[in-house]
Design a protein. Sequence first.
Length: 95
Amino acid sequence: MSISKPSTQNNDRRSITPTNESWENSPAIQSLKRMQANTRVKYIVVIVPEDACPTCQNLTGTYPKDQVPVLPIDECSHPLGCRSFYLPYLDEIYP
């Protein structure tokens, strides 16, 4: 699995590195790993709530599977914490 900095759609985005070992067991990373392994998933979309903090809002977008930013965002300043999530962008819908 490869997780690196976000796509270059917006040059002010930066790589966000996990600082907590429990990140590897988080629901977000487990979901990301399944999407990256699925051959029908062409891209991965990062969705953020409308009231998300500026850091999370900067991550909104569609990324190649090997350039998806790390969730949850440690730098999130929202009182409820990072609520961003991944959605698959499918290459094909039907078999």
